[in-house]
Design a protein around this ligand. Structure first.
Ligand SMILES: [Zn+2]
Length: 277
């Protein structure tokens, strides 16, 4: 089952790579056939198999022999692995693997669908910001809407009133506004030098996804990874102290860590920080 999700992730990842590219070049996302950016020749269907084609063609276009960006197979692989991780998280403890102690409910289907959806838009945001230093509104706004819809659904199915900060929709909105305000203040203080307006929107999305107080852990991991990655880039002379490094990818990494390791982080936070959430 996990393997099926991995392969589905590879195929969807292939599509996400194209979406990220076409958001920049403003091409039709769905109906236009894939073509080589150098010689514009259409890519044959048998050269369009995720991961395998890249290996068989040795990273070159069949027609013009120009190199194909290594990002395409990387996006496919990352999406495949994340899909497998989602499948493992939701199905790994289920009956057909570990004994029939848990039943897959409608709520689980909604949760799992939301996670798969979240993985998709986070992958697009990660690679688009990495390539173009831009977080596309066309991805982040629909993502915020879907996420708030999901949190509202969770709230409707839960016992908590809207005034409780633990109620999903309240927690999501509170965390979203805290993160957006935090990034807004950073922009204001640095006059836009440290981060950009896209990070405010992505911060809002991050808060809406993980809620309060988990957004604090997202920010913590984002800054930790960001600091380490920046030092490596500067150390290897790929960047200087003055270069701009997009912050979106670190934020996405922080969100994914908090999503997948929520239980472990919660355990650790309860134990050492005396935080109960
Ligand atoms: Zn070509």
């Amino acid at each position: 089952m996990v393997a099926i999700f991995f392969i589905a992730g590879l195929i969807i990842g292939s599509f996400l790579g194209v979406v990220s590219w076409r958001l920049k070049t403003a091409e039709d996302i769905v109906w236009e056939r894939s073509h080589c950016p150098h010689c514009k020749k259409k890519i044959r269907w048998y050269d369009n198999i995720p991961l395998l084609s890249f290996i068989i063609l040795w990273g070159q276009c069949r027609d013009c022999k120009k190199r194909i960006s290594w990002e395409y197979p990387l996006i496919e692989l990352v999406t495949g692995l994340l899909f497998a991780a989602v499948a493992w998280k939701f199905l790994g403890t289920l009956g057909f693997m570990a004994g029939p102690e848990r039943i897959f409910t409608n709520g689980d289907i909604v949760d799992m669908s939301f996670w798969l959806f979240a993985v998709c838009y986070l992958v697009i945001i990660f690679f688009h910001d990495l390539d173009f230093m831009l977080i596309p509104d066309a991805v982040v706004y629909p993502a915020i809407l879907v996420t708030l819809g999901y949190q509202y659904y969770k709230y409707m199915g839960g016992p908590l009133g809207i005034a409780s900060l633990k109620a999903p929709i309240t927690s999501a909105l509170f965390a979203a506004f805290v993160a957006a305000l935090f990034f807004f203040l950073l922009i204001w203080m640095s006059r836009g030098k440290w981060i950009g307006g896209g990070d405010v929107k992505l911060g809002f999305l991050a808060g809406a996804m993980v809620g309060w107080p988990k957004i604090l852990f997202v920010l913590f991991f984002a800054y930790m990874i960001g600091a380490v990655a920046s030092l490596i880039l500067i150390g290897t002379k790929k960047k200087t102290w003055k270069s701009q490094i997009p912050f979106g990818p670190f934020l996405v990494a922080g969100i994914l860590i908090v999503m997948f390791f929520s239980e472990q982080i919660q355990f650790w936070a309860n134990r050492y920080l005396d935080m109960r959430y």
